[in-house]
Design a protein around this ligand. Structure first.
Ligand code: ZN
Ligand code: FE
Length: 649
């Protein structure tokens, strides 16, 4: 209805960028306090004109008590500025902004939950400039198109994806690229997918309506910082990135990034659950005490439980700097205020150095419950599916603090909400340089090669050994041998990195998980063979899965000139076969038939659908995430549920 009015020359809100009604418009990002009434929102600064007021007061009107109700007469406006804060003289700022974008300029556009940086998605040079200025070298950028027809010129849209794209939440949906397509490759290099969304505010419609097939619409921030929302803040932080600013005078009180979803293995999978979905709760199978859980370090979200509901926050980001930590604290306060609770129980990760853990420990008059990272992953998925009792949990990710202080990530747990047992995991290998090994997968390659071949690895004929400076390689080998700055890891994410580096994909990454992602993207459609695998039961009561036979197989294939695509699919299939075998063994010993899949590695759709298929064919009941992300964005839910179970016992 609003869209029709927006483009109706006879309507009094014709082309008004803030048209809304009770069925649409902003809410979460403009609320300051409850009750949700105009004085509790950033619309409090705008006094309704007589016409708007009469709509607002009329129970029969679509705008009855629509808090952000406004029109050009009485409501907010957009205006255009240069990056030096000089107003641009124009009677049509939206059209002028569109002209500038068409000329290759980068415009910061204020939206619903923050600023976007906008560029013409067909202009490769503009996209590259945006990347350079934003210091975002290769991570995919989202695009927005006016309608499905335009999207179909560059991406494949199946009915399930069409439903997601057109849903009122308007998330970014990952869509397989069409080649050749109409979008600059620099938007998402070395990726099989585009991240695409449809317009979700009237301003977006007005902008896209200026004849664009697709615009890059990426969160306006420097890499690692939260999205800018405040006008002054935006001018300050984005002055070196944007050429122009399309601003509006309706304040955003709480930032909320665009949500990201994909359709995979028959279901909607959240990669980032934020705008549009927050603060809709996850409904629990029972009433739990009020708990605040602080999430992990990366892709942080927090969660507050109230009765039988768990409210997850919007995406907060990577808690690695002051500005993100401030946003974290603001979100904690805000969510407590609008839910009207002050939980006396706080759950957090076991990692002593996470800023979220430190925050939890600083709170006074609260009971603190620390939760193991991979346990929280599994329990978050159990909570979604309302599973009671014990399950087999496959908790696969890049990094998480283990109960023994090592870096876990390739874990098979027998878990209930209140406790877990580690029944199998990838055998430990050293992680040379600790955090540096995450940024430089070649370090992990050296570690796995040494683990698999001993000192004989020096003689291997591999690109990863030739491309890297021999002096550096020697230092790495020495660090490993002497155990200097080499924490032990059982991470599956690192195994992906190591295999990617050995297969010759890349030695360094520009963003977390890039090497693993590219390995997945390059995988061939199908191949029947897999690598050998092996595990030890030994004296310890849990199984240790040896990476060596897999690494030896990969090396042999690289030396025999097998393509990366074939190596990749063999590697994926090996993991699927191997972990299905492990699950079968656990079922025999423990009489458990439910398998829960969680952790960031399950964003890999080959691994996700392969595990689901293989386990189902062995008559397991399989559960994967459908309501919160499998990555660390979903972990706060698990933390809260573990804490509830611990309290209950
Ligand atoms: Zn409406
Ligand atoms: Fe994790």
């Amino acid at each position: 209805d609003c869209l029709r009015e927006l483009f109706d020359p006879a309507d009094r809100r014709y082309l008004y960028p803030f048209i809304n009604c009770t069925n649409c418009g902003p809410r979460y990002t403009i609320i300051d306090d409850i009750p949700y009434d105009r004085p509790g929102t950033s619309m409090r600064h705008f006094k309704m004109c007589a016409a708007c007021q009469s709509e607002y007061d009329d129970p029969a009107n679509r705008r009855f008590h629509a808090q952000p109700n406004a029109c050009a007469e009485c409501g907010p406006h957009v205006s255009l500025y240069t990056s030096r804060r000089e107003p641009v003289d124009t009677d049509n700022p939206v059209k002028k902004a569109a002209d500038l974008i068409r000329q290759g300029q980068i415009v910061a556009v204020k939206g619903l939950g923050g600023y976007h940086l906008v560029a013409d998605a067909r202009n490769n040079e503009a996209v590259l400039r945006l990347r350079k200025r934003k210091m975002r070298e290769e991570k995919p950028l989202a695009v927005m198109s006016p309608d499905l027809e335009h999207i179909r010129t560059y991406a494949r849209v199946e009915p399930a994806e069409e439903k997601l794209l057109t849903s009122i939440q308007r998330p970014i949906v990952l869509l397989p690229k069409k080649t050749p397509g109409t979008i600059a490759e620099a938007v998402a290099p070395r990726n099989k997918y585009w991240g695409v969304m449809l317009p979700y505010t009237p301003l977006h419609y007005l902008l896209l309506n200026q004849g664009f097939a697709a615009l890059v619409m990426t969160s306006a921030n420097l890499t690692d910082e939260p999205i800018a929302i405040d006008n002054g803040d935006a001018f300050e932080r984005l002055a070196d990135i944007a050429d122009y600013f399309l601003v509006l005078n309706r304040d955003i009180y709480l930032r909320s990034d665009d949500s990201i979803v994909r359709h995979s293995a028959g279901q909607t999978r959240y990669i980032r659950r934020s705008r549009g979905f927050v603060p809709v709760p996850v409904f629990l199978d029972r009433t739990v005490p009020s708990i605040l859980s602080c999430g992990a370090e990366l892709k942080n979200t927090i969660c507050i439980t109230k009765n039988d509901k768990a409210f997850l926050s919007q995406h907060i980001g990577d808690l690695e700097n002051k500005i993100t930590l401030d946003f974290f604290q603001l979100t904690v306060d805000h969510l407590q205020r609008i839910l009207q609770i002050r939980p006396e129980i706080i759950a957090c990760d076991m990692h002593p150095d996470y800023l979220s853990t430190r925050f939890a420990k600083e709170q006074k008059n609260t009971r603190l419950i620390e939760v193991q990272h991979h346990h929280a992953h599994i329990v978050s998925c159990m909570a979604e599916h309302r599973l009671e009792g014990e399950v087999i949990g496959l908790s696969f990710d890049g990094t998480g603090y283990g109960s023994d202080g090592a870096v876990w990530g390739g874990e098979v747990l027998v878990a209930g909400a209140g406790q877990f047992e580690r029944v199998a995991h990838l055998a430990y290998v050293p992680m040379p340089g600790s955090a540096a090994a995450v940024k430089e997968p070649w370090r992990m390659a050296v570690s796995y090669l040494r683990d698999a071949f001993g000192d004989a690895f020096w003689d291997l004929d591999l690109p990863v050994l030739k491309q890297n400076d021999s002096q550096k390689l020697k230092i790495m080998a020495e660090m490993i041998q002497k155990g200097i700055n080499c924490p032990s890891t059982s991470s599956l994410g690192r195994l992906f990195d190591g295999v990617a580096a050995i297969a010759g994909i890349r030695n360094r990454v520009n963003f977390e998980g890039q090497a693993a992602m590219e390995l997945e993207m390059l995988a061939a459609d199908d191949i029947d063979s897999i690598y050998d695998f092996e595990w030890l039961t030994g004296t310890e009561d849990h199984i240790r899965i040896l990476p060596a036979p897999i690494i030896q197989g990969v090396v042999e294939d690289v030396q025999n000139g097998l393509s990366i695509s074939e190596i990749s699919i063999k590697f994926h299939k090996t993991l699927i076969a191997l972990f299905s075998e492990i699950c079968a063994g656990v079922r025999r010993d423990r009489e458990l038939n439910r398998v829960v899949l969680s952790g960031g590695c399950f964003q890999n759709s080959i691994l996700l659908s392969g595990m689901i298929q293989e386990l189902a064919s062995r008559d397991f009941e399989v559960f994967a995430h459908e309501r919160v992300p499998a990555n660390d964005g979903g972990i706060s839910l698990g933390q809260a549920m573990v804490a509830a179970a611990v309290l209950g016992s």
